[in-house]
Design a protein around this ligand. Structure first.
Ligand SMILES: *Cc1c(COP(=O)(O)O)cnc(C)c1O
Length: 441
């Protein structure tokens, strides 16, 4: 089938996620046929750097021989078998590995298949835990403004991105919202509501979908302290930050904070297959134990929970972290990217560059909303051979951790050139303006 035929069929049949289909029709998005390492190739043979890790999940590159082999080997045994009433070796072995690398307090693994389900499960577990632990008044959740925990209704209730979430207001349960980084507000919430809170749910260190919003150092630890003081659980959503993305295996390790519940997904299979896990402490797990008649069972489970192919990919992904010393490689890349981003921060239309590990947000400045500057930058980058995807007017760079120094340099160069191109286009169309002072990291 020619690329034109495929594009035509796509337009006729597919409704793309987070996409205004009306604009999509004229856009000619690449149709990807294959990928190797950190590059994607479309049906016309053009190559692109995978600058956002196929939506933040690729870790060791595409077609990694070890993950490919693990999935193929598993295909030769069984592709799917349920975890309701049965078990299987890949799920068992992956759970053991996850508990080994997770913060010590986390001892149990509940599988599902996406980041959204991982956070839904965390919320339901925290709620049910208190219902059956003699504190049924603990029914509420505290979450961060501009948080993102997924797109299902519970996850959206804990979220705070108006553009994505406001429409569904009438469908959501109410959560308390606090401004990330504001310790005084946080303390106020705990003083007023500490005894009715079941849990705080948050993305540790970086709020990704909010536009790579960085929390001040020590904020996470402060949340942990207040949770301890008031007997509130801490749920950390490490769906984006987990598996080396911020430089340590999990972001919370940078502040030596242990959550009671931790959600992981995206990078868990190296970006190969849908899989997620919600890890809990032994105390929480134990509160679900009881005679059948007590009805303490956690009545939750998805058809593809703990899929064997995905678990096999997960085991291989974790092994590669050791074999290829991925975290050391990330540490080197962090030194490099800091330098590479300097000239970008100096571009006139860049307001701020935010980064933690290999999570980067470049916020553009002074474009009218209708200019869709972030989107224009991604189109310009695509013409130069890189796939990136913005969050509004914040350009996101989140390459696979395995990216080489040379390729990282090329990705950042392309990004800088694309921002400059879009800025020049805009400048040629508008009145000269007075520049505001910049905030930069
Ligand atoms: C992507 C993301 C989710 C949702 O994961 P899906 O697999 O897309 O459902 C949840 N939390 C965070 C922090 C994320 O970045």
């Amino acid at each position: 089938m020619t690329s034109g035929d495929l594009a035509e069929l796509d337009r006729r049949y597919i409704w793309h996620p987070f996409t205004q289909q009306q604009g999509w029709l004229s856009e000619d998005a690449p149709i990807i046929r294959s990928a190797k390492g950190t590059n994607l190739f479309d049906v016309e043979g053009r190559g692109y750097i995978d600058g956002v890790s196929s939506l933040w999940c690729n870790v060791h590159g595409h077609q990694h021989p070890k993950i490919d082999r693990a999935v193929r080997d598993q295909l030769g045994r069984v592709s799917h078998t349920t975890m309701l009433g049965l078990s299987h070796e890949p799920a068992i072995r992956l759970a053991e590995r996850l508990v080994e690398i997770a913060p010590e307090r986390l001892t149990r693994v509940f599988y599902s298949d996406s980041g959204s389900t991982a956070t839904e499960i965390a919320l339901k577990i925290a709620f049910q835990h208190f219902q059956q632990s003699g504190q049924p008044e603990r029914t509420r959740f505290l979450s961060m403004r501009d948080a993102y925990h997924g797109d299902t209704i519970g996850a959206v209730s804990a979220g705070g991105i108006d553009l994505f979430h406001a429409t569904y207001g009438p469908l959501l349960f109410e959560t308390l919202k606090t401004t990330p980084g504001d310790v005084a507000e946080l303390e106020r919430h705990f003083e007023q509501h500490g005894n009715e809170l079941a849990a705080v749910i948050m993305e540790p260190l970086v709020q990704g979908a909010a536009g790579m919003i960085l929390h001040p150092n020590g904020y996470l630890r402060k949340v942990r302290q207040l949770c301890d003081k008031h007997g509130v659980l801490l749920i950390l959503d490490e769906v984006a930050t987990g598996f080396g993305r911020t430089g340590t295996m999990f972001a919370c390790q940078q502040e030596a904070v242990e959550p009671d519940i931790m959600c992981v997904a995206k990078g868990i299979t190296g970006g190969y297959l849908p899989l997620a896990a919600t890890l809990t402490s032994e105390i929480i797990y134990s509160s679900f134990l009881g005679d059948h008649t007590e009805q303490k069972t956690f009545f939750h489970g998805h058809t593809y929970t703990g899929n064997p192919l995905a678990c096999a990919a997960g085991i291989a992904t974790l092994e590669i972290f050791e074999q290829e010393q991925t975290l050391d490689h990330v540490a080197d890349l962090c030194v490099l990217i800091l330098k590479l981003l300097e000239p970008i921060a100096e571009l006139p239309r860049v307001k701020e560059v935010r980064r933690r590990g290999l999570m980067v947000g470049i916020e553009l400045d002074g474009f009218p909303v209708e200019a869709r500057a972030g989107h224009q930058v991604t189109l310009a980058a695509r013409r130069r051979g890189a796939i990136i995807r913005p969050l509004g007017d914040t350009i996101v760079l989140m390459p696979p951790l395995a990216i080489s120094a040379d390729e990282l340099r090329r990705l950042v160069d392309i990004t800088g050139e694309s921002i400059a191109e879009v800025s020049a286009d805009a400048a040629s169309k508008e009145e000269p303006r007075v520049r505001r002072a910049k905030v930069k990291i």
